[in-house]
Design a protein around this ligand. Structure first.
Ligand code: AMP
Length: 283
């Protein structure tokens, strides 16, 4: 018999049997996939899932497949006790904590690669990253079988990639985007922000300020290139190194030279050892 552990009415599942029996007993679920080290941004996803009136499952899995060989998989922050307490307090009903062997059994031989919205930006900067994301999310959907899944707009390109696989593979799940949760000074919450030095922490909000300024300029006079150039200069002058800062079509992530439809300003910039990501809507 699978052992079902309950803390304050929250079920903690560490094996597939427990997960499936808990998911079945709860009914149509809203799923919040995470890599843990939870902050208010993650909890906003739980709140959005709860607000839809369904039971909520969260998953915590630091997915080795989406980290490159020189990235921070081993150093990625982990805080299982803190995460479980935060999820229980947020009213989560079920937490799925698979280990690597459950997620990737030795005989597994399938990965999902995505073209289209996965090709540029993070796809270029982090080869293999979106294949790792697409594969783990598809597996999570197969394991939890949620009716809806909640993702943060903080990772705009990721949402478009996941929406693409859901559409392409006809997966029976609705993808629900949730707006980015920010600190009072505008910095988008991220599990990696804890690694910013005090000086870097003072610099980091200038990324959002530069994006917001460029978005306002584009909305006002439609001049895309000067707005982007100015924002890149502001980011660089603040001491950050942009990997990219671009206006893109909201779904396809193709670069735009003019505001012709729904668009997003996206940025990735390095600040010391940390890579910051952010984006804002333009229209
Ligand atoms: P992660 O644990 O970084 O993989 O993120 C798990 C989920 O939380 C993803 O859907 C992220 O987009 C989302 N998320 C991360 N940071 C934020 C934030 N500041 N606001 C809203 N959602 C976020």
């Amino acid at each position: 018999m699978p052992e079902i552990v309950k803390t304050a009415a929250m079920i903690i599942a560490r094996d597939l049997k427990t997960l499936r029996s808990a998911a079945k007993s709860l009914g149509a679920l809203g799923l919040v996939p995470t890599m843990g080290a939870l902050h208010r941004g993650h909890l906003a996803l739980v709140a959005a899932a709860r607000a839809a009136g369904q039971p909520v499952a969260a998953s915590i899995f630091v997915n080795p497949l989406q980290f490159g060989p020189n990235e921070d998989f081993l150093a990625y922050p982990r805080d299982e006790d803190g995460d479980l307490a935060a999820l229980a307090a947020a009213g989560c009903d079920l937490v799925w904590l698979p280990d690597v062997a459950t997620m990737y059994p030795p005989d597994s031989a399938s990965t999902i690669t995505v073209a289209g919205p996965a090709l540029r930006w993070e796809g270029e900067a982090r080869p293999g990253h979106f294949a790792g994301v697409a594969t783990v999310v598809a597996k999570l959907f197969g394991q939890v079988r949620p009716a809806a899944a909640y993702f943060g707009e903080k990772d705009w390109q990721q949402i478009q990639v996941i929406s693409r696989i859901v559409a392409d593979l006809l997966l029976p799940v609705s993808v629900v985007p949730v707006p980015t949760m920010r600190e009072d000074d505008g910095l988008a919450l991220s599990s990696r922000n804890r690694f910013l030095t005090p000086t870097e922490r003072l610099t980091a909000p200038k990324l959002y300020a530069a994006l917001s300024g460029a978005a306002a300029m584009i909305r006002q006079n439609g001049d895309v290139e000067p707005a982007l150039a100015r924002a890149r200069m502001a980011v660089t002058a603040a001491g950050m190194t942009p990997d990219y800062l671009a206006l893109v079509a909201a779904s396809s992530l193709e670069p735009l030279a003019a505001l012709t439809g729904p668009a997003r300003l996206i940025v990735a910039a390095r600040l010391g050892r940390i890579r910051l990501l952010d984006n804002v809507p333009v229209r």
